[in-house]
Ligand binder design. Structure first.
Ligand code: ZN
Length: 377
């Protein structure tokens, strides 16, 4: 079995179509489109990841018909993917400056991607800002700008460009704008500016009403102001809305409970997580066993014994807790739902696939596997 990477497959597919189109156009009289031998050879190199040979052949084809803009575009993106950004930039600059009216924006967009992959962010930004004035490429240019600012962690600029997107898109991606504002609020918190943090969190909630991240940050503010009960209520509310945040929320909750000497906080956590309806009994047991400190481990049997997969003795509790902690430290306590990345630390946005809110405790998956074991093949 052999599988093509999706992007390569798409590129190969486009190349077939384009070559057919441009050859058909050249031989207008003939009904049958015949592809030259070079084309097949080039495609074969592409499919087999021999980019150098493919690029050489397509460059020759493009030279043979200087007019074949689409082949040049394909060649340009091929160079970019191979890391030969200078050559990609040369091709796209020529197309932008000398190409027909309809091609200029397409070439400018490709050029911005070249600059971006060369790390020339200033230039990429400039080209994209100009493109934002075009009708056809406005949306794509704004999207690309947002992704540049996101990757730079420039949340204020990302937010500014976000507000230039079409209203429907803003509505659909409200959760992302809320994250930008939470990022800014976190920064304000680090700077010690509680008032600004509060304002930013209020703005965040206008984009998305149920916002566990804002609950957690508001809980930090409450803790800072010495209001432990308010902090506790906010943490528990966030936990009920998003059980996936349990590993981030349970430790501060238990710390506050210890300070306030409130009894049976583990029981309360169990109740809230059960109420969320998003966690199975086994997931609940394993989550608690992973999140509690050694001090609370002996309380686990009292809370989980009635659950399926629960622990019944202090010894059982401590070996389960030690085992899960060890696996988490070795293979990652979190896993990305989108790309499968394993991570020891928590991120609101996956560092690999850049999806927001995609990490969840790895124990969830381990418990799912234990609940529904895959039959050995
Ligand atoms: Zn991911």
């Amino acid at each position: 079995m052999f599988e093509l990477p999706p992007l390569l497959l798409a590129l190969a597919f486009i190349l077939v179509g384009l070559a057919a189109w441009f050859l058909g156009r050249r031989n207008g009289a003939a009904r049958t489109v015949r592809l030259p031998r070079d084309y097949y050879v080039g495609l074969d190199h592409l499919i087999n990841d021999r980019f150098d040979h493919a690029a050489e052949i397509f460059a020759r084809m493009a030279e043979a018909d200087g007019d074949a803009a689409e082949i040049q575009f394909a060649l340009g993106s091929l160079f970019r993917r191979r890391g030969e950004v200078d050559r990609a930039i040369a091709i796209h600059t020529r197309l932008r400056d000398t190409g027909s009216e309809g091609l200029r924006d397409q070439a400018a967009f490709a050029l911005a991607l070249d600059y971006q992959s060369a790390g020339l962010m200033d230039r990429a930004e400039r080209v994209l800002e100009e493109l934002a004035a075009s009708r056809e490429y406005r949306h794509a240019a704004l999207d690309q700008l947002v992704s540049i600012y996101e990757s730079q962690g420039d949340w204020a600029k990302a937010l500014k460009v976000f507000h230039e997107l079409p209203a429907a898109v803003q509505l659909e991606r409200g959760g992302v704008a809320a994250h930008y504002l939470c990022e800014l609020a976190e920064h304000a918190l680090v700077q010690g500016d509680s008032e600004r943090a509060r304002t930013l969190l209020r703005q965040a909630r206008t984009h998305q009403a149920a916002l566990p991240r804002a609950d957690i940050l508001t809980a930090h503010l409450a803790e800072r102001a010495g209001d432990r009960s308010a902090a506790l209520a906010l943490y528990l509310h966030a936990l009920e809305t998003a059980p996936g945040l349990a590993l981030e929320i349970i430790p501060p909750v238990l710390a506050i409970a210890r300070e306030m000497r409130s009894p049976d906080m583990l029981g309360e956590l169990k109740r809230r997580l059960t109420q969320s309806g998003q966690v199975s009994p086994l997931q609940l047991t394993w989550l608690l066993a992973t999140a509690v400190t050694a001090e609370e481990v002996p309380q686990l049997p009292a809370v989980t014994a009635s659950l399926e997969g629960g622990v019944h003795s202090a010894t059982e509790a401590s070996s389960l807790s030690a085992l899960l902690t060890r696996i988490g430290e070795a293979g990652g306590r979190y896993q990305c739902d989108e790309c499968g990345l394993n991570s020891v630390g928590w991120y609101w946005r996956c560092p690999k696939c850049r999806a927001w809110d995609s990490l969840r405790p790895a124990v969830f998956k381990w418990a799912e596997r234990a609940d529904h074991p895959v039959r050995a093949s």
